[in-house]
Design a protein around this ligand. Structure first.
Ligand SMILES: Cc1cc2nc3c(=O)[nH]c(=O)nc-3n(C[C@H](O)[C@H](O)[C@H](O)COP(=O)(O)OP(=O)(O)OC[C@H]3O[C@@H](n4cnc5c(N)ncnc54)[C@H](O)[C@@H]3O)c2cc1C
Length: 362
């Protein structure tokens, strides 16, 4: 029997977990991730009001991967034949898949499931003890957090400071307007076009915005932009010439999910420079194509007919506003209410994500 090909997957988030799972029966798969678990991102804000959600939303990589080798470390560099990790391992590959996503500054990443559960409980204690809460950032993370707090603790006073001129800027103005109106009606103070510096001195109860507005709150949560973890890509022999100016990986224009000019290196998820908004459901679509294309290349290295991914040009998005409501931008229009909430807010796609990894939804 021919030897199994070696596939190294870097990053065990939305895309990497699917790629490793999809290929472990077809190749010798190694998943590299600094965390020993997959943190279903959609649940991160509900976890602040309901830490018990961790039981379903934090999935050990060893729970869904039955054959793949798991290396708990960070990829630090890659050559044309191997990946070197921060723990000093040299891991050879025939196919490399990069799924390192984006890092949110908050909540900070923890490397074990237990640490992450403790962090969730700590955030919950902070929230329970606070009568007033300041949310720094008015993107989907800040708005979803406000929705969760209003749903479970309607008596708490919430303020959102957003540097943009509208909330949830990744969606159209109609979604922003509906969302802002709803939040204000619930008593939330929304401050637009102003910001608060996120630094180590940030502490309750006094905060000052760039425009010198003084705010008081018993606690703050940071929901500001994303930071791409791409430094190592820029210094990696095989990848450094394939990093776009924004830190993402330049992808083959044909849509095969290969990194431009590299036959055996693929990428999926937020790290790709596909011209579309960065979302988990799209990361899942990239992952499915990567799985099929690597299977095809393994079966027929010289004349595989690869599948192609077409970036989506009709941005859809659902921002939940607690457990029942949501604002949704869909191809048929933008809505806010229970109908939109039915699509996401109750389970936050946790069951669906677990099932896609072969686990029980509940
Ligand atoms: C609160 C929240 C709610 C969201 N809601 C939605 C939603 O409703 N719908 C939707 O479609 N999208 C949503 N998103 C966006 C979605 O989560 C992301 O688009 C998706 O997670 C991207 O998947 P990814 O695999 O590219 O990256 P991630 O899921 O971020 O995974 C990246 C992985 O790479 C690992 N990693 C990073 N650097 C290295 C390294 N050097 N070596 C090894 N491993 C590394 C990380 O530890 C992590 O496990 C939401 C995001 C958040 C934070």
């Amino acid at each position: 029997m021919a030897e199994l090909k070696r596939v190294v997957v870097i990053g065990g988030g939305m895309a990497g977990s699917q790629v490793a799972k999809g290929l472990e029966d077809h190749a010798e798969v190694t998943l590299i991730d600094p965390k020993n678990f997959f943190d279903i991102p959609y649940a991160r804000l509900r976890a602040i009001v309901e830490p018990a959600i961790a039981e379903r939303s934090l999935v050990l990589h060893s729970e869904y991967l039955k054959k793949a080798k798991i290396v708990e470390s960070c990829a630090e560099s890659a050559t044309a034949t191997e990946v070197v990790t921060s723990s000093g391992e040299h891991i050879p590959y025939d196919y490399l898949v990069i799924c390192t996503g984006t890092l949110f500054q908050s909540p900070p990443e923890k490397t074990t499931k237990l640490e992450r559960i403790e962090e969730m409980k700590g955030q919950n204690r902070t929230l329970l003890e606070a009568e007033s809460v300041l949310i720094i950032g008015g993107g989907p993370v800040g708005v979803e957090l406000a929705g969760e707090i209003l749903n479970d603790f309607p008596e708490k006073k919430v303020t959102i400071v957003c540097s943009a001129d509208r909330l949830i800027e990744f969606l159209g103005p109609k979604a922003s307007r509906k969302c802002e109106k709803w939040l204000r009606k619930k008593g939330v103070t929304v401050i637009l076009k102003d910001k608060i510096d996120v630094n180590d001195n940030l502490a309750p109860p006094n905060y000052e915005t760039h425009k010198h507005e003084e705010l008081k709150a018993d606690a703050h949560f940071i929901a500001t932009g994303k930071k791409l973890p791409t430094k190592w890509l820029e210094t990696s022999e095989v990848l450094k010439d394939h990093v776009a100016v924004d830190g993402r990986l330049k992808m083959e224009a044909s849509g095969t999910c290969q990194v431009e000019g590299l036959h055996n290196v693929f990428a999926a998820g937020d790290i790709t420079d596909f011209k579309e908004i960065k979302q988990g459901y799209l990361a899942g679509r990239h992952a499915a194509i990567v799985v099929e294309n690597i299977k095809k290349l393994i079966a027929s290295p010289d004349n595989a007919k690869l599948l192609v991914y077409k970036p989506t040009n009709t941005p859809m998005g659902i921002v939940s506003l607690g457990r029942v409501l949501a604002v949704a931008q869909m191809p048929f229009g933008t809505i806010l209410g229970r109908l939109a909430g039915l699509l996401k807010s109750k389970d936050l796609f946790i069951g669906k994500t677990r099932e896609s990894l072969g686990l029980r939804a509940r």
